[in-house]
Design a protein around this ligand. Structure first.
Ligand code: ADP
Ligand code: MG
Length: 338
């Protein structure tokens, strides 16, 4: 008799593959991309398509009420979904919210949650169009679905990376993970600390995603929700390529360098490589687009840094340390159930 596997033994990503096999066996032609990318892509008319994505934030898994106000949580749960639309090069349009909360939750808390959501939604020109409300036993969970759109020809997938492409990352990696670390150590959430701010209020890179797709710069793209190493793994798997990332090329923020200077040498790059929830864009582009990336970096005023190259070694991610030798990582990034 085969042993019964638990979710812990199977892990998040294998579980998603099992779910995918149990889903619709033949998808209609209108589904341009189903499970497997940052958002599903569904034909709307001959020129454009809808992008559909969902993310669920669960109390004590993704946030603790002790150090996350309802307002900040509301902002974040919309931002992380928008980030998935940005990773496809699209524009977010509508959102739907399923809320489960214990009966004792103050109405004020829910009002603050939705005020936070609206703050980000209004900035992006998005509208709340529905949802569901249920009572839960003990903890709050907020599940958000965002619907966006893009021109069909402009959607960027995880599967387009080619050998020799450069790998780029927007922003500064690892700040969110360090911010969470500070919160867990008891730093006050409203201390104004940059790392904590990055953890609570990620800025989805919608403008960057749209420019990278419209200008045909990116050959593949993903947003960094689980850390560069894990998210690069998705691009590698879907593009059937390998990748080389150089720690000396990672652009670390001043706050990161200040805070991480107290870490042991082997731990120094860990938050940047494997820390989750940065919600930056990780993308690949051919050499012919290097100038276009530099132009975009200047236009947007955000760092866009080349951190490595795509290789032909399918499935192999090499991390090259400061001394030029490969780095071995004990842990690879965030995955649920492990
Ligand atoms: P992201 O981090 O970009 O939100 P995920 O790793 O959560 O992406 O999901 C990867 C893909 O698997 C997406 O296409 C998502 O829609 C799909 N997926 C994840 N969980 C489920 C599920 N329980 N049922 C169906 N599809 C799922
Ligand atoms: Mg994503």
């Amino acid at each position: 008799m085969p042993k019964k596997q638990t979710l812990r033994q199977t892990g998040e990503f294998s579980l998603i593959r099992i779910i995918e096999q149990l889903g619709s066996s033949r998808l209609p032609a209108s589904v341009i991309a189903g499970i497997g990318d940052d958002a599903a892509v569904v034909a709307k008319d001959p020129d454009s398509c809808l992008l559909i994505t969902a993310d669920c934030l669960v109390e004590n898994t993704h946030f603790k009420k002790d150090y996350t106000s309802a307002f900040l949580l509301g902002k974040k749960c919309i931002a992380v979904n928008i980030s998935d639309i940005a990773a496809m090069g699209g524009t977010p349009l509508y959102y739907i919210v399923c809320l489960s909360a214990p009966s004792e939750t103050p109405v004020r808390w829910v009002k603050d949650l939705y005020t936070g959501m609206k703050r980000i939604a209004e900035q992006q020109g998005m509208f709340l169009v529905g949802g569901d409300t249920v009572a839960s036993e003990e903890t709050v969970s907020v599940s958000v679905t965002v619907i966006g759109e893009a021109k069909r020809q402009e959607v960027v997938f995880r599967h387009g990376a080619r050998t020799g492409d450069n790998i780029f990352l927007t922003g500064y990696p690892g700040d969110s993970a360090l911010g969470l670390h500070l919160l867990e150590k008891g730093f006050p959430q409203n201390s104004g600390n940059r790392l904590i701010k990055k953890h609570h209020s990620p800025v989805p890179r919608v403008d960057a995603g749209q420019a990278l797709s419209r200008r045909r710069i990116a050959s593949s793209m993903i947003d960094t929700s689980d850390g560069i190493v894990s998210d690069m793994g998705h691009i590698m798997a879907q593009s059937r390529v390998g990748a080389k990332i150089f720690t000396r090329k990672l652009r670390l923020s001043n706050s990161y360098r200040k805070y991480a200077s107290s870490l042991h040498a082997e731990e120094y790059f860990y938050p940047a490589l494997c820390g989750g929830e940065d919600y930056e864009l990780l993308f690949t582009a051919g050499n012919e687009n290097t100038e276009a990336v530099k132009t975009l970096e200047k236009e947007l005023g955000i760092p866009i840094t080349c951190i490595g190259q795509i290789t032909k070694n399918t499935g192999q991610l090499e991390i090259i340390g400061m001394d030029g030798t490969p780095v071995r990582l004990e842990r690879k990034g965030f995955s649920h159930f492990k």
